[in-house]
Write a protein that binds this ligand. Structure first.
Ligand SMILES: [Zn+2]
Length: 315
């Protein structure tokens, strides 16, 4: 697919400089800067356009952080890090909606700098900032959920400035995980197969998707998922584009598949609804003309693939 990397999160411009990961002195380099995240939400300057806010390594807001900063790479001649900050007094730590466009302000930070959910700001950030934010959220999320050795259960330690965890008890080394997910534009004639999960906001429909299983090819996973969720047999499958999706650690593998039949046998445990939607109906929905059909949001690979299907630019 031409221009496949135009999808949000796919074009991080940061030089990851992996050869410098063993150099612990970078964190004390006076030029070093750090992106603060709170509960996985990056610190944003409002702009316009909104962009990531970089702080000095020793900013007060990092006091009491549970983990060391993770080295993201080098940009503008400066080492760049990311670090999760602890809750502050008065922080709103309660549950949030699926789509959370609220902003959270830390009292120790200048006015205007706020933490924002990446899902809500992803389409407004520059391609470079979106890629950096995805990497930061992904790696910090991995540390937050992999504090213990998967082999023996002992507490593991951060190594290589965040790109490895080692186990002092059994010697195992653990590396950041990425979980492949297939997401597919299933076509039949002039229609695309869309489905919705019961947990989604009312009216939201998207492409079917699912985690790949061990021992499976991308193509086989596409066919299995569509068959399991919608009971639709799929023939030819081809890969189109991929998107890092740090919610929390997925890599979306965007594919196109040709449905061999139109009849849907939905699994109600997986999908609340599934339906064939014509090009014209998707166009109308994207234009906001259908209150009962809200296609995936801007910034998602589902939206990216739908728009390219409508524009006939999938190849
Ligand atoms: Zn171990």
């Amino acid at each position: 697919m031409r221009d496949a990397e135009a999808v949000t999160f796919a074009r991080g411009a940061l030089d990851r400089a992996a050869h410098l990961r063993a150099d612990a002195s970078l964190a004390t380099d006076p030029r070093a800067l750090c992106l603060a995240l709170w509960q996985g939400k990056p610190l944003i300057e409002p702009g316009p356009p909104p962009h990531l806010a970089w702080l000095p390594m020793a900013a007060d807001v990092f006091a009491g952080a549970r983990t060391a900063p993770v080295f993201l790479g080098v940009a503008g001649g400066a080492p760049r890090f990311a670090r999760e900050i602890p809750d502050w007094e008065g922080a709103a730590t309660g549950p949030r909606p699926f789509f959370d466009d609220s902003r959270d302000h830390h009292p120790g930070l200048p006015q205007g700098l706020d933490f924002g959910d990446l899902r809500a700001v992803m389409a407004e950030l520059s391609v470079s900032d979106a890629g950096t934010a995805a990497a930061a959220k992904g790696i910090l999320g991995w540390h937050a959920t992999h504090r213990f050795c998967a082999r023996c259960g002992a507490a593991s330690a951060v190594a290589d400035q965040g790109w490895k965890r080692t186990c002092p008890a059994c010697g195992a080394e653990h590396f950041p995980r990425t979980d492949p997910v297939v997401i597919m534009l299933i076509l039949h004639g002039n229609s695309v197969l869309l489905g919705r999960s019961a947990a989604w906001p009312p009216g939201m429909y998207s492409l079917l998707a699912g985690f790949m299983e061990p021992g499976e090819s991308i193509e086989a996973a596409v066919r299995r998922e569509v068959w399991e969720e919608a009971g639709v047999p799929v023939g030819e499958v081809d890969y189109l584009s991929s998107q890092p999706w740090p919610f929390p650690s997925s890599l979306m593998l965007g594919c196109r598949g040709e449905a061999l039949a139109r009849e849907i046998h939905r699994d109600p445990a997986e999908l609340e609804d599934a339906r064939w939607v014509t090009r014209e109906a998707v166009l109308a929905a994207l234009a906001g003309q259908d209150p009962d059909l809200k296609p995936a949001r801007r910034g998602s690979i589902a939206r990216f693939l739908l728009e390219r299907w409508l524009a006939d630019t999938l190849d």
